[in-house]
Design a protein around this ligand. Structure first.
Ligand SMILES: [Cu+2]
Length: 272
């Protein structure tokens, strides 16, 4: 029975490693088409892969040791003496220093990505140039939708609503190809913006205005979700990010502004 268990644990580890190996090809790791569509998202994925490799090496090592110990236990002769390692000073030192060193390495290695994600002004565009993204919209989460406020075309976003501001619901329009900033708020409970393909996730906390910055590398729509269980209608907070070229973004603003401020009257020529 002991032999069977040792083989079982070794075999299940082999299956787990094989699954991890093939998972990227089957697109099991990441949402969407499997690749990040933002500059920083690619770096976050690289960190994920690095940590996965460290975990995989540790996993293989510990499972092999477990399998060996089980096998030895199952095949040991009654006259053989068992080896007791409990209380071994050297072992304690090794398994304290090695994980500490690994954690310290990861902490230092990820500093640059963390800085770009959290420190304003540290973000770089897709060419590696440091940029200071401009706020393009104020995104307010509420039970259960996203309300978005944009400044009129050619104007900067003001902290307070302006008479010519443009509004949209559940559709965050942004210019693509360069980092942009969005001011995140909530009207009621805690929500969280989650754009899986751009690898962006940030809580919206009551009474705080939290700046979030990211770039969308392609002109297309991206899924945007709420990642905080915020009430019965949480599932309804499925929205989208509409990333377009500067020209298309401006054209959308003009059109949205015209529709929003339309008073219902047509000029005589249009009325015919
Ligand atoms: Cu929510």
């Amino acid at each position: 029975m002991g032999k069977l268990w040792s083989l079982f644990f070794v075999f299940s580890a082999v299956i787990a490693v094989a699954l991890c190996w093939f998972a990227p090809d089957w697109n099991w790791w990441f949402p969407g088409d499997g690749k990040a569509h933002s500059t920083l998202g690619g770096k976050i994925d690289d960190l994920f892969h690095l940590i996965l490799i460290i975990v995989a090496v540790t996993f293989i090592g510990t499972q092999a040791a477990l399998g060996y110990v089980l096998w030895r236990g199952a095949t040991i002769k009654p006259e053989e003496k068992a080896l007791f390692s409990h209380g071994s000073h050297s072992l304690e030192v090794i398994w304290t220093i090695v994980p500490s060193a690994v954690l310290l390495f990861i902490a230092l290695y990820q500093l640059d990505v963390w800085a770009q994600f959290r420190i304003k002004g540290a973000i770089r565009d897709s060419h590696g140039k440091m940029v200071r993204p401009e706020p393009v919209a104020e995104l307010t989460a509420r039970q259960f939708e996203w309300r978005i406020r944009y400044p009129a075309k050619g104007k900067p976003l003001q902290p307070q609503p302006q008479p010519d501001d443009i509004y949209s619901v559940n559709e965050l329009h942004i210019p693509s190809g360069r980092p942009v900033e969005v001011t995140l708020r909530t009207d009621d409970v805690q929500h969280a913006i989650f754009i899986p393909e751009l690898r962006i996730k940030q809580d919206a906390v009551a009474s705080l205005k939290i700046p979030v910055w990211f770039d969308a590398l392609e002109n297309r729509d991206y899924e945007m979700l709420c990642a905080e269980l915020c009430g019965w209608g949480h599932y309804k907070m499925k929205a989208k990010v509409v990333a377009r070229s500067d020209a298309d973004f401006d054209a959308w603003k003009e059109q949205a502004s015209a529709e929003q401020f339309d008073d219902g009257f047509r000029k005589p020529a249009e009325a015919k």
